[in-house]
Ligand binder design. Sequence first.
Ligand SMILES: *Cc1c(COP(=O)(O)O)cnc(C)c1O
Length: 347
Amino acid sequence: MPHTQQFASDNYAGICPEALRAMEEANRGSATAYGDDPWTLRAADAFRRTFETDCELFFVFNGTAANSLALASLCQSYESIIAADIAHVETDECGAPEFFSNGAKILVGRTTNGKLTPETIRAFVLGRTDIHFPRPRAVTITQPTETGQVYTLDEIRAISATCRELGLRLHMDGARFANAIESLGCSPAEMTWQAGVDVMSFGGTKNGMAIGEAVIFFDRALAEGFDYRCKQAGQLASKMRFLSAPWAVMFETGAWRTHAAHANACARHFAQQVEALPGVEIMFPVEANGVFLKLSETLIEGLHARGWRFYTFIGGSARFMFAWDAQIARVDALAADLRALTTTDAA
Ligand SMILES: *Cc1c(COP(=O)(O)O)cnc(C)c1O
């Protein structure tokens, strides 16, 4: 039995109808293994059309693999990767980027909302240029950030210009890329290669797929040997069509955007209902599908007592994530419970 809907993570959601239909269609009969099949071709074409460029593509099982293998392909073991302090690659990948790069170090830039700046990047590169320090070679930015902020096109362009100037490659962790696209309303090309992004991890799981992320190399030369890297890391799916088919249908139907738009709208809707409540503070601007609330212990306990599950690991804030399947009635129920608790509190 499925439990009542929760907003602790966008990964609580199931598989969206389009992705499921694609897997069912891919299951009619057999196909060539290891990606040499019509579905994988169709998905790759859909990516190239969507991004308006002849990019190189790889389908892997999860975001940790996509990020860490992409970053490993950008630097040598004695080099380093500049990331924000709350970046998933730093805090939630169990050292996989360091592991798969054979020791490249992540340099952690202090931020308030997960956004790196050209100044932070510059300070790392120019601060130490001697042989004792791991030479910076790559920068990774998360779009949207782990606290739901979206880099503007100008911010991405400024970062990529700094990268070019300093000889760094730029990676984008797009675990929620679709939400960022819906937020800014620009084209995928504008947010990535046209803004100077070299490689991107594109999240399918949080967009409504069962499993799977894509690694997109806009600079094809950087993809040299990446197929071997995936295989060695245990990330080459033998029945690749079940990873790739959902992408094809998600792009062809536009579902990747409508699902993200719905998730973002639910976050805004929730934020609007709770922003004025006494004792409730929205910690970060709501620009994607997450809402982060600063709540008293009493309110947190009250919500838990009413059966709500959520994480409180970022700066003591309660995080609520809305997925493609968020039910407006449940969003309203959460807001209503919070309203009831704040009223009791005040009394
Ligand atoms: C969810 C997420 C990932 C991917 O995580 P996996 O559990 O490895 O699939 C990567 N980056 C960010 C910012 C995420 O939120």
